[in-house]
Write a protein that binds this ligand. Structure first.
Ligand code: FEO
Length: 161
């Protein structure tokens, strides 16, 4: 059985992962509307990944005889205007998720929940990759600045994800 405290905390994490899916979906749509299909593709894929993350927790709780709370997802509010701001916001969100995963791992260690430690280690490793991939795009956009050629090239590159 999954400990009740962990069950509750993972239910909160499920809501965060689904919110991330919605956030990235909203960002993807903004780029698709401007025909920046590569940027849109990157965010659509990112949204799909977040769905997989949420479902990993859903399935884990079910496997361990817990209770899943299907969350209400608030509408994402996009304040970004410049392209780089979308990716900076995504990076901030990933850092928020990393902290949240670390809190879950702290809890697993504290209550000796070894089964949860195992799945959470996967998320700890995944977050390194998540932060790195979006962080690199922020770096590239900083280098590119307002160069239309640069944006065009990056759009093509992100379309290959
Ligand atoms: Fe599910 Fe991008 O963290």
């Amino acid at each position: 059985m999954i400990p009740e405290k962990m069950n509750e905390a993972m239910n909160e994490q499920i809501a965060k992962e689904f919110y991330a899916e919605y956030l990235y979906l909203a960002m993807a749509v903004k780029f698709a509307e401007k025909s920046l299909d590569g940027f849109a593709n990157w965010f659509f894929k990112q949204a799909e990944e977040e769905h997989v993350h949420a479902m990993k927790f859903v399935n884990f709780i079910l496997e361990r005889g817990g209770s899943v709370k299907v969350p209400a997802i608030p509408e994402p509010k996009l304040e970004a205007v410049e392209y780089i701001d979308f990716f900076k916001a995504a990076l901030q969100h990933e850092i928020f998720v990393t902290n949240s995963i670390n809190d879950l791992m702290d809890l697993a260690i504290k209550i000796n929940d070894h089964a949860s430690k195992s799945i959470l280690q996967w998320f700890v490793d995944e977050q390194i990759e998540e932060e790195e991939s979006v962080g690199k795009i922020v770096d590239h956009l900083e280098l590119i600045g307002n160069s239309r050629n640069g944006i065009f090239m990056l759009d093509r590159q992100l379309g290959e994800r």
